[in-house]
Design a protein around this ligand. Structure first.
Ligand code: TPP
Ligand code: SF4
Ligand code: MG
Length: 242
């Protein structure tokens, strides 16, 4: 990775040791570099949350926006200057909970931006509460007997329009993650990448995981790279053109 993409003077980062957000940042920076993008043409937009702090670490123009509003902010930037590559990086709570309505409509309008969602299946920054992405029966601090509801179907949320790209990868499958980022960034039209990750501090340790390694190994075991995205544990890409 070309180190110019990251504001190294801000490290060590505020993320906990063992958190997967930094892994995602590394492979996104590598994807930018391998695609030959210049730092002047990339804008990173984030909402609020641990993942929302990503905007502050990229050595590009970036905006750390309001909670749930990263997507409309990014849409405005893109509509103002179509030459820019506008990339949203934010959390599942931010993009799919409070910001869910914006996401549905920006995707429907096929705005040419890329949205990258770090899905740790909880609200990390505020203490590990159950989120719309929390799988049924999963334990969190606010679902001590297991979550009673089905999680949102992210793939379906963004596919109202007949043109989109949806990709899912994980913090364990790093080469795959970089490939999916590359494909999403080059996609003409709306693209969304769900990165399956983990939160060790406010979820893992509180619900019985020993450490981050154990959480990442659980992701490795559960998620498989697949030709289709039939199951929510399939990693891969679905591209539709008009
Ligand atoms: C309008 C508003 N409501 C609630 C909050 C509190 N809040 C801060 S971060 C957050 C959740 C973030 O969760 P997620 O997007 O999944 O990010 P993570 O920390 O898990 O990376 C919430 C509810 C806020 N900052 N602003
Ligand atoms: S609280 Fe969780 S999501 Fe936030 S930085 Fe720490 S491990 Fe990562
Ligand atoms: Mg989260």
């Amino acid at each position: 990775m070309n180190k110019d993409w990251i504001k190294w003077d801000r490290y060590p980062s505020l993320w906990c040791g063992g958190c997967g957000i930094g892994i995602m940042v590394k492979y996104l920076a590598t994807a930018f570099e391998e695609l030959g993008y210049s730092r002047d043409e990339v804008v990173i937009v984030s909402g609020i949350g641990c993942t929302g702090r990503v905007a502050g670490y990229f050595n590009t123009d970036s905006v750390h926006g309001l909670h749930g509003r990263a997507v409309p902010l990014a849409e405005g930037i893109k509509r103002g200057n179509k030459k820019l590559k506008v990339v949203v990086v934010s959390g599942d709570g931010d993009l799919l909970g409070i910001g869910g309505n914006h996401l549905i409509h920006t995707a429907r309008r096929d705005v040419d931006i890329t949205v990258i969602c770090y899905n740790n299946e909880i609200y990390g920054m505020t203490g590990g509460q159950m989120a719309p992405t929390t799988p049924r029966d999963k334990f969190t601090v606010t679902s001590p007997f297991g979550c009673d509801y089905n999680p949102v179907n992210v793939h379906k949320m963004i596919s109202s329009n007949h043109s989109y790209m949806f990709g899912r990868s994980s913090v364990w499958h790093v080469d795959h993650m970089k490939k999916v980022f590359t494909q999403a960034l080059e996609h003409k039209g709306f693209s969304f990448v769900e990165v399956i990750g983990h939160c060790i501090t406010n979820n893992g340790l509180r619900v019985g995981y020993k450490d981050a390694y154990e959480m990442i190994m659980t992701i490795k075991k559960l998620y498989k790279i697949s030709e289709t995205l039939d199951k929510e544990t399939d990693l891969g890409v679905d591209v539709k053109w008009n």
